[in-house]
Design a protein around this ligand. Structure first.
Ligand SMILES: Cc1cc2nc3c(=O)[nH]c(=O)nc-3n(C[C@H](O)[C@H](O)[C@H](O)COP(=O)(O)O)c2cc1C
Length: 112
């Protein structure tokens, strides 16, 4: 599901920067995709929960890869960020971080 963070742009920027340990790449970009996984999906995997755990992370990794490929094709700058505070990242996109985990930021912008 695609959700948009709401609120004033300067506040969203400040929250996104803070969630990702005050890195410029998260605060200065034009857009940040916060990719999340739903834990319920682990046990729905026909191969069992252990495989479901791995498949879910593979899927989110491939989603990040697709964002890289599309951004590159459009001439945009893109940078994956995996270092952030879970609770702050969840609050950014309005999810409950118990059943759904933020696992990957993909930042997009114009190349410097
Ligand atoms: C899934 C993923 C997560 C990443 N997380 C971080 C991160 O948290 N911090 C970081 O400095 N680089 C992270 N990187 C690497 C950066 O995206 C980037 O490739 C790196 O900073 C080198 O960028 P440069 O080639 O423009 O110097 C991550 C890469 C991937 C694929």
């Amino acid at each position: 599901m695609l959700r948009a963070s709401t609120g004033a742009v300067p506040v969203r920027r400040a929250c996104t920067r803070a969630a990702a340990l005050n890195r410029d790449v998260s605060g200065d970009v034009a857009a940040v995709f916060v990719l999340t996984i739903a834990r319920a999906g682990f046990t729905r995997d026909p191969a069992g929960a252990a495989r479901g755990y791995r498949h879910t992370f593979l899927e989110v990794g491939m989603t990040g890869e697709r964002l890289y490929l599309k951004a590159g094709a459009l001439g945009l700058g893109v940078c994956a960020v995996g270092t952030f505070y879970d609770d702050e990242a969840a609050a950014l996109v309005g999810i409950d971080p118990t059943p759904e985990w933020p696992v990957h930021f993909v930042t997009l912008g114009w190349p410097a």
